[in-house]
Design a protein. Structure first.
Length: 399
């Protein structure tokens, strides 16, 4: 039994932000019904990073565990009625359609609230529900670019660089997850449902609360120097440096201690809070020149002995072998009916009771259509008729 056992979530979302938010609710025990087209969500078929599966690709597996699949044609009146029927038994309704699509399909907040007045309805958009950018595509890279974050790292003259993860998608997903939980708590206290709106632009801005405040409150603009630096608003040295055999990350060490260990008296004599910013390029160049003298392991051992914050730079191949990752259970594994053994990132939180777990793997298209409709009281004869007309898809019809 999970914390959210007994709650039902209707997940009409696609791509990453919406599906990840819904999956987190499922990880906590909610019955998440993924409502998808009869041919399946497009991400089932688009290979992520070239990782194709037998029937389901890696990114879909990663974002859709702990869900059941109801495959239905929302463009048909019969299909919409089935989803309304599902909504009447549900607690959360989540979608991340482009502006206007939910209204055209009859899946907007007002339409859903008409059949379920106390529904918690979560709408995820790229830039907001209204305004000049409401119809723009909410794509992660485009939002990273607009958020200002790309100018907080790197070297002047080089193109602004995106994060190595779908950072805005993930931040937005957690914002939606948080909003859904807060609205459910409000409903528990008052009996009232409500509309929760989340947009990727605001999520990307909100996560930069420190960086943007340095600019809006302190008036300090982002400045990228000649040397590559990990963050415009953090003193040097701060970033990734080559060693004799690999790389290491170095974060805001004592300049005196670091200068002594590197044999750089000039560095040891510098003031951290003044020179660390104003002489950033000079400091970075000093460190960059000396770290290739030893291996990563040798430097890390020396730095640890003297209380300097440093760490290895991992590839995914390194990460999955790390003993702390194994101890934490950071990755979870399960057997999938078509993809075999599946290992994906696990849960970012722990509870002393009723913790998250894998209740079921990512569903096949329409795998649970008949099961879900039976729970809603739809007869087997009606299900067969709907399947015959293409309104719904069942596992047998899509196999």
């Amino acid at each position: 039994m999970g914390i959210l056992t007994g709650y039902r979530v209707v997940d009409l979302s696609i791509a990453m932000a919406g599906p990840l938010a819904a999956m987190r609710l499922g990880d906590l025990g909610a019955d998440v019904v993924k409502v998808e087209p009869t041919a399946g969500e497009w991400q089932r078929h688009a290979p992520a990073g070239g990782a194709t599966g037998n029937e389901v690709n890696a990114s879909f597996l990663a974002l859709n565990r702990n869900k059941r699949s109801l495959a239905v044609d929302l463009k048909s009146a019969d299909g919409r009625e089935l989803v309304y029927r599902l909504a009447r038994t549900s607690d959360v309704f989540l979608q991340n359609y482009r502006g206007g699509v939910a209204e055209r399909l009859g899946m907007d907040y007002e339409s859903v609230r008409a059949v379920k007045p106390d529904i918690v309805y979560v709408s995820i958009t790229g830039y907001g529900e209204t305004g000049p950018y409401a119809s723009r595509p909410g794509q992660d890279l485009l939002l990273q670019a607009m958020s200002g974050a790309m100018f907080s790292a790197g070297r002047a003259g080089d193109p602004p660089a995106p994060a190595g993860t779908y950072a805005v998608d993930a931040i937005t997903a957690y914002s939606a997850f948080e909003g859904a939980l807060a609205a459910l708590l409000h409903r528990e206290r008052t009996g009232e449902g409500q509309l929760v709106t989340v947009n990727m632009l605001d999520a990307a801005i909100a996560v930069q609360m420190q960086e943007l405040s340095v600019f809006t409150v302190g008036g300090v603009p982002q400045h990228r120097g000649r040397e590559a630096h990990g963050h415009a608003y953090i003193r040097a040295p701060y970033g990734v440096f080559a060693t004799a055999d690999a790389y290491l990350a170095l974060a805001m060490p004592s300049l005196r201690t670091l200068g002594e260990l590197l044999g750089e008296p000039a560095l040891a004599a510098m003031d951290e809070n003044t020179d660390g910013h104003t002489r950033r390029d000079e400091i970075t160049a000093m460190v960059r020149a000396r770290l290739p003298e030893r291996t990563t392991g040798a430097w890390l051992a020396l730095f640890a002995e003297h209380g300097i914050w440093a760490g290895p730079v991992y590839s995914y191949a390194d990460l999955v072998k790390d003993p702390q990752v194994a101890l934490n259970g950071s990755l979870v594994s399960y057997d999938h009916p078509t993809e075999g053994p599946v290992t994906t990132p696990g849960f970012p939180y722990r509870f002393s009771k009723t913790g998250p777990r894998v209740y079921r793997g990512a569903p096949l298209t329409g795998q649970h259509t008949e099961e879900i409709l039976a729970e809603l009281g739809v007869s087997g004869e009606t299900v067969a008729g709907l399947a015959g007309r293409g309104v719904i898809a069942t596992r047998e019809r899509t196999a």
